[in-house]
Each structure stands twice: as structure tokens, then as C-alpha cells.
Write a new protein. Structure first.
Length: 441
């Protein structure tokens, strides 16, 4: 596998493109040619980021390298230090027009890598297990393409390299919400925003899209159950917070099975349980943390209410008390239907009609939703699965790898989304208004 991955980037650029029908449009052909030229660098960039992952709000090297590459490809303007380590670049077209944004996330996860790749993480316990290394490299590739097309562009492209998508350290702000707060969608004002995410279930080179909700709203909870400490041999002298927590965790599963319409998507998962210091002591306190995922905003409110009621009342039933901290990570990612329908032809140009597929919404979350709440957004999946090279493991796992053959498809996708959006907006602005008159009725 190691040897295959070393040569994959150079050879794979042709493999995916070969199955894509040729386009007659000169601009599409130009994007394809420029992407082919950029592809070797995109692979190199991705591997460099993969070898040097950094956690949320700590992306110092990543941001520095991104800025260096942006200067090298010749963008018009660069701003660093946005939302701590975010990088924002501007590419101005020769003709006036609106501003469109392309966004990539840069942070990694606290996971010990077990892929065996020759460019595996050099930072112990930190890994690009969600593909953000690919997202960053793809957007850099799109920057190189778009810079060379600015003479035929009417409008401006804003490139957003965002830190802390996964999470920020406790007590720190970060991610898309902080980027928005610091004005990333202004000066110049952004009319629409696009992004992509690698997907280990879609075959490499395919693009998955959906109108409306595509990813779930994410809430993070932390529950502290307080009982009364006692000797493990005399539990009747105390109030066991561990047993209480077990009952609470079990009862929480009735939210999805008994409290919410079965036709709605709801996930309640506990990922962390902590309690005790010794095997022969019943502790006085236990904590557990987890996440709630939903697509429907009304269901999200309902689940939050039921969650608190079940936790508090179940704890009381066992003679304990419970404190609930319920944190809003971000709303569901909802693709603007009108924008999506307008931009689907760009996806077809990027990947070929047979490789553009409608997908079901997933329960994973993404803070791209903070941008899409403010302006029309369109978020798509980029397939990176390839059984032949072992690219079959899910994101957020220590064995996650991706097929680099998909990287040029990602570059074409972001480039064409920006170009086609600006072209359509330019044509709309030039179209003469309809003359006023009778409706004919």
C-alpha cells in the first residue's frame, strides 16, 4: 500500500478524468487543463498538511503554509489571523461583479494515526482523520486555477481557510461562528458560499449533492450526576451516581424511540463516561458527555426539552440530582434549493453527469451551517472511496485514508462553482428588465 500511495497522485489525475465526457465549453476545458497542471502540487500540499496536523485554534503552521502558497500562486489580497488562525484571500476578476466565497477547513482531530502511510502524522496523537488536509489542498488548487482565469471573470472570489471546524479548546471561541463574527462575509460582501467534504462512502470522483438539509444540527451535552459517596460494601449508605447515570443514559434512548415522530431523524449518543477513583468506593459524582443530532429545527427544540426532563427526573427518582450543560455547536447544514438547482450543471461539468448523484442527509454535523444561515450556501460531498487501495474506512477513525484520484475533481468542482455562479450573476445583471404592461387577463 505504501508504494501505491507514493505514485497514486501523479497517475490518478488521468484515471478519474478519463471517464468524464468531454465538454464543448471553452471555459470548462480551460479549467480542466489548469487543474491538470495544478494536480501534482495539490497532492504534495495535501500530504504535507497530512504529515503536520494541528488541532482546532492551534493551526499555526497550517495557516502559515497556506498563506505562503497563496502568495506564490498570486492572489490579489491575503489576510491572516482571522478567528485566530484563519486565512482569507481575494481574487479579483477583471470585470466588476458580485463576490462568491469558497471555504475549506484546516484543523485535525485528537486521534493517533494507524494508516502506515509514508506521510503519516508526525504529531503524536493528532491526525487528519476527517479529510481537512484534502479540503485545504483542494482550495489551494482552486486558487491557482482561478488566479489564471481572473481576466475572464466578472466579480470577486473570496477564499476562506477556516480553523477549528471540529471544535475549539474549552473556554475558547472558534470556527465558522467566530469567522462570521469577525466579518469574513463582508468587505466585500459575499453573495453565496460553496464548500465540499470528502466522503468515504461515495466512490472516488463522484459528487453527492442534496437540496435542503444535508447534514445534521449538532448539540453537545455534559451531564453531572451528584449522589452520596459510600464504601462499595455498604451502598445503602450512599446514593450511587454510577447506577443513576446508567439509568439516565438508558432512558435517553426513549427520546428517539418514544418521544419523537419516528419519521424524523434523531440521534442521542453518549461518548464519554467518567466516575470514581477506586474500585471499592462508590463515588459522589459521575459525569457523561455526548451529542444530539437532528435535521428538523422544531424536533431539535423538542429533543432539548425532553433531554433535560428525562435527565433531571430520572436522577431524582434515584435520590440523586443532575446538572445539564447543553451546548449548541451549530444548526443543520441546509443547502439553498434555488442556488443548488442553478449550480448543479457546474457539478456535472466538474465530474460528468454519471458521477453526480443525489444523496440522503447524514447525521454528521458541520459548522458551515453558520455561513449558510447568513447567505445562500451549497455544500457537496466528494467521494474518496476505493476498495482497491484500502480507502474504505470512515472519517474520525485511525485508519482513514482517501483516494487522491478525487483531488482534481474537487479542484474542478470548487473552481467551476465559483466561475459559473459569477457568470450567471453577471448575465442576470445584464438582462434588461421586463417592460411594464398589462398581464393580459
Amino acid at each position: 500500500m505504501r508504494g501505491f500511495f507514493l505514485v497514486l497522485g501523479a497517475a490518478a489525475v488521468v484515471s478519474v478524468a478519463a471517464g468524464r465526457p468531454a465538454q464543448g465549453d471553452d471555459l470548462s476545458n480551460r479549467v480542466e487543463e489548469l487543474t491538470r497542471q495544478a494536480a501534482p502540487k495539490v497532492v504534495q500540499w495535501r500530504r504535507d498538511f497530512h504529515a503536520h496536523p494541528e488541532l482546532g485554534n492551534r493551526e499555526e503552521r497550517t495557516a502559515r503554509v497556506v498563506a505562503e502558497h497563496l502568495r506564490a500562486v498570486g492572489v490579489d489580497e491575503i489576510k491572516t489571523g482571522v478567528a485566530r488562525h484563519g486565512v482569507v484571500a481575494i481574487i479579483r476578476g477583471r470585470l466588476p461583479g458580485p463576490t462568491v466565497a469558497l471555504r475549506a477547513d484546516m484543523d485535525a482531530l485528537p486521534i493517533r494515526e494507524e494508516t502506515g502511510l509514508p506521510f503519516a502524522s508526525q504529531n503524536e496523537g493528532v491526525m487528519h482523520a476527517c479529510g481537512h488536509d484534502a479540503h485545504t489542498a483542494i482550495l489551494l488548487g482552486a486558487a491557482q486555477v482561478l488566479v489564471q482565469l481572473r481576466d475572464s471573470t466578472a466579480g470577486t472570489v473570496k477564499l476562506i481557510f477556516q480553523p477549528a471546524e471540529e471544535s475549539s479548546p474549552a473556554g475558547e471561541e472558534g470556527g465558522a461562528s467566530l469567522m462570521v463574527k469577525e466579518g469574513v462575509l463582508r468587505n466585500p460582501d459575499v453573495s453565496a458560499i460553496f464548500a465540499l467534504h470528502v466522503n468515504s462512502e461515495l466512490p472516488a470522483g463522484k459528487i453527492g449533492y442534496r437540496y435542503g438539509p444535508i447534514m445534521a444540527a449538532v448539540d453537545h451535552f455534559r451531564v453531572t450526576v451528584k449522589g452520596k459517596q459510600s464504601h462499595a460494601a455498604m451502598p445503602w449508605q450512599g446514593v450511587d451516581p454510577i447506577v443513576t447515570s446508567a439509568h439516565v443514559i438508558t432512558a435517553l434512548q426513549t427520546i428517539a424511540s418514544r418521544k419523537v415522530d419516528a419519521r424524523e431523524s434523531v440521534v442521542v449518543s453518549v461518548g464519554v463516561v467518567r466516575a470514581g477513583t477506586a474500585w471499592n468506593i462508590i463515588p459522589g459524582e459521575a459525569t457523561f458527555e455526548g451529542t444530539v443530532r437532528t435535521h428538523n429545527p422544531e424536533v431539535r427544540k423538542q429533543v432539548a426539552k425532553e433531554f433535560r426532563r428525562i435527565v433531571e427526573q430520572t436522577a431524582i427518582a434515584h435520590g440523586a440530582t443532575a446538572e445539564v450543560a447543553y451546548h449548541d455547536y451549530g444548526p443543520a447544514v441546509r443547502n439553498d434549493p434555488e442556488l443548488g438547482r442553478r449550480m448543479k450543471p457546474a457539478l456535472v461539468r466538474a465530474a460528468g453527469e454519471a458521477n453526480v448523484v443525489e444523496v440522503e442527509p447524514v447525521m454528521g454535523g458541520e459548522d458551515f451551517s453558520h455561513y449558510a444561515e447568513k447567505i445562500p450556501g451549497f455544500y457537496v460531498f466528494l467521494g474518496v472511496r476505493n476498495e482497491a487501495i484500502g480507502a474504505v474506512h470512515g472519517v474520525h477513525t485511525p485508519h482513514f485514508v482517501l483516494d487522491e484520484a478525487a483531488l482534481p475533481v474537487g479542484v474542478r468542482t470548487l473552481s467551476l462553482l465559483a466561475i459559473e455562479y459569477l457568470r450567471m450573476e453577471s448575465e442576470k445583471a445584464e438582462r434588461p428588465p421586463r417592460p411594464a404592461g398589462r398581464s393580459g387577463r
